[in-house]
Design a protein around this ligand. Sequence first.
Ligand code: FES
Length: 152
Amino acid sequence: MYDEIQEIKAQYPRTRSAVLPALRIAQQRYGWLTPDALREVADALDETPAFCQSVASFYDMFHLAPVGRRLVEVCTNISCALVGAQQVLEAFEQELGIRAGETTDDGQVTLRALECAGGCGWGTVVAVDHRYREPVRPEDVPAIVQEVRDGG
Ligand code: FES
């Protein structure tokens, strides 16, 4: 990972500018940004782990805790909220048997509430493994959960 980050670092005039792609590499490698992963990124960038964590904590796409094999994210920001995002989120909670921010007991699915996904005109936006479904209504949720459980 160190060498890969060095290559990316060389593409930027300032080392700090490489922090986002470096964090992405670490997350792909470890599944989430473990303390060790943050230390590795920091060492490769000559930064502190605290700096790397502060950047990672700002962005929804970085995970500072373990996540399931599949990731379901429901945008609950204002445009989606106005068209029923809370009901969609609650439908996922009911179908999956977990609350937002939790992972199913089998470690398969993590459900998260998401800040604006950038699809405000097509709410409620749901991202399954970063692929958008839009618009999603509460009645769509059982089929989506079934699909996720079936590996689709
Ligand atoms: S508010 Fe949901 S995509 Fe922007």
